[in-house]
Design a protein around this ligand. Sequence first.
Ligand code: HEM
Length: 153
Amino acid sequence: MLYNILVHAHSGLRWIVLLLLLAAVITSFRKWQAKDDYTSGDNKLYLFTLIATHTQVLLGLILYFISPKVPIFGSDIDFGTIMKETLYRFYTVEHITGMLIAAVLITIGRSRSRRMGGATQKHRTVFTFFALGLLIILVSIPWPFRIPGAGWF
Ligand code: HEM
């Protein structure tokens, strides 16, 4: 059913988001330090990283309304219980908050870098915002060793 497809898409897309973010963070750091050019290839890498992140947020938002792990819509579990149960609280509050902050940072990083004058400043701006976004995403992912029932892909 749709729910299963969405969970697997959302779970698998994490790896693409992580790989693109890692590539973008390494590239922007190297080119910032080396005072290298801002090529159309760099621009594409940063843009695809943003698009992958936004797609992941979109899938997450749909899941938020239909997942049994977020029992705030059409369930009789009250909010106090949700906040007391680690699993419910993680998806209802912690996961969405961390991921939305990270996505906003990545969005600001890309749009600010576009308004910057020089190549070095562009790479530095992308590095600062994307690296912070990556860190927040890494700690907000339900890794299977931390969150019971979560998968690797
Ligand atoms: C870059 C951003 C994000 C990443 C990398 C990410 C990653 C993940 C991963 C790896 C899972 C576990 C899937 C599994 O158990 O196999 C998950 C579950 C989930 N995510 Fe996200 N997520 C992101 C953003 C969001 C956002 C913004 C929301 C809500 C608006 C969201 C809502 C959910 C929900 C509700 C689940 C639980 C699905 C279920 O098992 O029922 N995610 N996410």
